[in-house]
Design a protein around this ligand. Structure first.
Ligand code: NAP
Length: 311
């Protein structure tokens, strides 16, 4: 019996931290549903790590629940309206992962434009040693970059790309204090003005297909789309159609609609870099995310202010 229930697949470091707090750990929401009623009734705090919907039905199974501490900054799997209705607080893990996600966005852009996967294969296959030359690519520094969603992560990506001497453009719901950068109220206008479009929006129903067919077409045959946000923010069918037809130059994707299942049409596309949703996937950052998740739970149980509340 424990008042803390951790749901998800945690690293050994996180498991240690959770065990020290006396948490009970289960692998999945299904495993939570299978717990005896008396054990579910004990739970006051959930440490959640997962992308499956945590909604009103799941909350109803935990009648003593007071807080859901999400592992990750994106909490689109947790129904905030249901949490509000049930009087459940929700926390997330912002900021500690900005550097890693921004690094990955820039890395995917460089890999895509400099065709680094093909370059690696060119060396390993012996083609280079055999005298075959590697084709020239496009210069990255000094091009025009657009950031879709200039929040915590988007800002860190923008700062990195500005250091590559790029002309900076962005779209968000509101204009920011960004001297020398151009704000676009309209996402299509942003895409039309840039060579690279990096998506750092929140996920969830409000931004579903925000990167629409029109945005993709406006980016054009030389343009590159980088997405580190959520698969849901991009119209994936339109993206695939545009890539296959050459109406979009390329893409770097860390997130997908139906991940971890990736549409096999992507596999055949040479101008696309694919990553397994590993934006925050370093030892340092994952440990910091776990710590912040547990600190939020401790704050709640001790009656202190939550560190990073969402609602
Ligand atoms: P954030 O600070 O909240 O920034 C989100 C941005 O999205 C803001 O610029 C915001 O506009 C914009 N936005 C929100 N709702 C919108 C709407 N309805 N229409 C248009 N724009 C909207 O979030 P963050 O900390 O940067 O994180 C961004 C996302 O990255 C997370 O939600 C998560 O999904 C994703 N992420 C991915 C990974 C990975 O491993 N690939 C890791 C961490 C996070 P305003 O600035 O005008 O408010």
């Amino acid at each position: 019996m424990s008042e803390i229930l951790a749901i998800g697949s945690y690293t050994e470091t996180d498991m240690e931290g959770l065990r020290e707090m006396g948490a009970r750990v289960v692998e999945s929401l299904d495993a939570m549903r299978g717990l005896p009623e008396a054990e579910r009734a004990e739970v006051r705090a959930v440490a959640y790590k997962g992308h499956h919907d945590f909604g009103a039905d799941e909350m109803a199974l935990l009648p003593g629940l007071g807080v859901i501490a999400n592992y990750g900054v994106g909490y689109d799997a947790i129904r905030i309206d249901a949490a509000d209705a049930a009087g459940v607080r929700v926390t997330n893990t912002p900021d500690v992962l900005n550097d890693d996600v921004a690094d990955l966005a820039v890395a995917m852009l460089l890999m895509q434009q400099r065709r680094m996967l093909a370059g690696d294969a060119h060396v390993r296959s012996g083609a280079w040693a055999g005298g075959e030359s590697f084709p020239l690519n496009r210069k990255v520094s000094g091009r025009r970059a657009g950031i879709m969603g200039l929040g915590r992560i988007g800002r860190d990506i923008a700062d990195r790309l500005a250091a590559f001497k790029m002309e900076m453009h962005y779209h968000a719901r509101s204009e920011k204090e960004t001297p020398g950068w151009t704000y676009h109220a309209d996402p299509v206008s942003l895409a039309r003005e840039v060579d690279y479009l990096v998506v750092a929006l929140v996920g969830g129903p409000e931004t579903e297909n925000y990167v629409s067919k029109e945005v993709i077409e406006a980016l054009g045959p030389e343009g590159v789309l980088i997405n580190i946000s959520r698969g849901s923010t991009v119209d994936e069918a339109a993206l695939l159609d545009a890539l296959e037809a050459g109406r979009l130059g390329g893409a770097g994707l860390d997130v997908f609609r139906d991940e971890p299942r990736v549409d096999p049409r992507f596999h055949a596309l040479e101008r696309v870099v694919l990553q397994p949703h590993q934006g925050s996937g370093t030892h340092e950052t994952r440990a910091a995310m776990g710590r912040l998740q547990r600190d939020n739970i401790s704050a709640f149980l001790d009656g202190r202010d939550l560190l990073t509340p969402v609602n």
